[in-house]
Design a protein around this ligand. Structure first.
Ligand code: HEC
Ligand code: HEC
Ligand code: HEC
Length: 137
């Protein structure tokens, strides 16, 4: 066998290895796909006007604060009803109100929190006491 045949074999081999392992190193270090919080729950599907307690932007950035305020109102002040800026009333309850609409906790809350990289035990600690909705996983 002449030497340059060996060279071609070697080149072919290198190309083969690169192509065969392409998916592995190409995906390496790529960001996870951004979250896509699903709104396809039974309750939300029934809503004519699909809106949250506050406008969407305010919910994305402020839902933790809202939950915190609700808890204070209920636990400290004994108030249970919340009147939103548009005059609609809500029960200030994580499990009875938020999770009634967002009954897809794993596809909604969890998916977004995992993406945001909330340290384990940040959100889930609410569920140590509060009852998460039942889901078919
Ligand atoms: C150690 C147990 C415990 C943990 C952990 C906990 N809660 Fe609560 N929470 C309670 C109790 C008890 C009440 C009072 C229930 C009532 O009076 O209806 C309450 C009430 C609330 C309320 C108002 C009432 C209702 O039905 O939701 C909100 C909102 C709330 N908590 C949010 C949160 C959030 C958000 C977290 C996580 C950041 C959290 N809680 C973690 C025990 C807990
Ligand atoms: C009456 C049903 C309903 C209730 C109750 C409700 N939501 Fe929503 N939520 C929605 C709908 C519908 C949207 C989509 C709004 C839009 O697209 O403008 C939404 C959007 C959101 C978003 C933004 C999601 C995104 O697309 O990025 C967050 C976060 C959220 N809700 C959290 C909560 C929390 C926390 C509570 C309780 C404090 C709550 N929601 C109560 C129906 C509800
Ligand atoms: C659009 C993305 C998104 C969705 C959907 C979402 N969250 Fe969050 N949530 C976040 C982010 C980001 C943080 C962290 C904010 C920070 O640390 O300032 C957070 C923080 C929280 C916290 C405070 C945790 C802590 O210990 O500080 C609670 C409570 C919470 N979310 C509850 C919920 C619940 C309940 C739902 C579902 C009804 C939900 N979230 C849906 C993005 C989301």
């Amino acid at each position: 066998m002449k030497l340059y045949d060996g060279k071609y074999i070697l080149v072919g081999l290198v190309i083969f290895i690169v192509l065969a392992t392409f998916p592995v190193w190409f995906n390496h270090g790529k960001a996870a796909p951004p979250p896509d919080p699903k709104l396809d729950t039974p309750v939300i599907s029934q809503m004519l006007n699909k809106q949250c307690v506050l406008p969407k932007e305010a919910m994305i950035t402020g839902h933790m604060q809202l939950l915190n305020d609700w808890r204070t109102q209920v636990v400290r002040n004994g108030k249970r009803m919340y009147v939103a800026s548009d005059g609609k009333t809500y029960e200030m309850s994580l499990q009875n109100e938020c999770m009634k609409c967002h009954s897809n906790k794993s596809q909604f809350c969890d998916q977004c929190h995992n993406y945001a990289g909330l340290q384990k035990g940040a959100d889930p600690y609410c569920w140590d006491c509060h009852i998460p909705p039942k889901e078919n996983k």
